[in-house]
Design a protein around this ligand. Structure first.
Ligand code: CP3
Length: 330
């Protein structure tokens, strides 16, 4: 058996000195995302250093709201800030088209990466799922419990539905744009899927994601899609994969690997799901958890990955240990 392909979420980032160097030159984080040369460079850094099987374009899920005209900035050490959209008046900010002078820079970076990446390596484009984007848009920042978005969902379902609908169209267009520019497949990040109950998950994760995939495949027939419903139940994950016909599903560290493999292994590839805490810890714990992931997915179509983004404090030696162990397997 050959070892599974390997890449990992946030593989370009602050745990790498070469990233920190380019990031410092770019000024801010948004500036780096919108500088095609530098974005292409940091996308390629981890692939060069570790010979990973895939590159994921360096950008951010919040570039879509920004390209719709929502002011976005990052507070150092705190995270993203957006001008909140929480009533009919502020929701008008989402009415315009995606600004091509913004998204075009992402597509330029995609094309530049594709041009210098060898043919065997996969280039991944991405977007945030509408629910996750809505949590940032409505609160104007990241939140522990997504309460502002839930309040609007329950208090003004009509307006909430309009916001989600707008984000469905915009993200589908952005994914198609990345595929057209040279991405081989796309991943839809629903970081906060786990905070929805079963009915809400069906309505605000499954249905919008299925509409996005349908629109992307209408524009780009045969487009391949990975979904990442972080924190969702096994039943929710199954429903999502079946509803949208995902080519792969990315699993978080808590996902029930054996159950999902049994139910979905015949339908799609399974990606994941090493705990980023194990990668941070290193040593025997890391070896043990890598082996458990490999064993639970052996024989299935498996893409080795973390269950969520790498922590910025992670030692590079641990990343090397992980890749060597995965490559020696099989
Ligand atoms: O995976 C990759 O290497 C590709 C690049 C990528 C980034 N963000 C770069 C980034 C991807 C795929 C994302 C997705 C993203 N962005 C998500 C969904 C996935 C997830 O992690 O749950 C979310 C929720 C965001 C929004 C976002 N961007 C937050 C909340 C933050 C702050 C948190 C933090 O780690 O500081 C960011 C910033 C961000 N996006 C960084 C990177 C490398 C760190 C910024 C820096 O360099 O200062």
């Amino acid at each position: 058996m050959t070892p599974p392909p390997i890449w990992f979420m946030r593989q370009a980032g602050r745990y790498l000195p070469e990233y920190r160097e380019v990031r410092a030159k770019a000024g801010g984080f948004v500036e780096l995302c919108l500088d095609p040369k530098r974005a292409a460079e940091v996308t390629l850094q981890p692939v060069r250093r570790f010979d990973l099987d895939a590159a994921i374009i360096f950008s951010d899920i919040l570039i879509v709201p920004y390209a719709l005209g929502v002011p976005l900035w990052f507070e150092d050490g705190e995270g993203p800030r957006l001008q909140p959209v929480r009533d009919r008046e502020s929701a008008k900010r989402l009415d315009g088209a995606l600004d091509r002078s913004v998204t075009g820079r992402v597509y330029e970076a995609v094309a530049a990466v594709r041009a210098s990446l060898s043919g065997e390596k996969t280039l991944i484009g991405f977007c945030g799922a509408p629910w996750t984007l809505a949590t940032y848009l409505i609160a104007g920042r990241g939140t522990e419990d997504q309460a502002p978005a839930k309040d609007l969902m329950r208090g003004d379902p009509q307006l909430f539905a309009e916001i989600i609908e707008r984000l469905v169209d915009a993200t589908a267009e952005h994914l198609a744009g990345q595929l057209e520019a040279g991405a081989d497949l796309v991943q839809i990040f629903d970081t906060w899927a786990g905070s929805l109950d079963a009915d809400e998950f069906a309505r605000w994760c499954v249905a919008p994601t299925a509409r996005i995939v349908e629109a992307v495949r209408r524009a780009r027939p045969g487009a391949r899609v990975i979904v990442f419903p972080r924190g969702a139940s096994a039943a929710g994950i199954e429903a999502l994969v079946l509803a949208c016909g995902a080519d792969a599903v990315s699993l978080d560290p808590k996902a029930d690997r054996r159950r999902l493999r049994a139910v979905l292994g015949g339908r799609c590839a399974l990606q994941g799901n090493l705990d980023p805490e194990a990668l941070l810890a290193g040593g025997e714990r890391l070896d043990r958890e890598i082996d458990a992931v490999l064993e639970d997915f052996s024989g299935a179509r498996h893409i080795f990955n973390l269950g969520h983004g790498i922590f910025k404090e992670t030692p590079i030696a641990h990343v090397e240990q992980m890749i060597a162990r995965v490559r020696r397997s099989g």
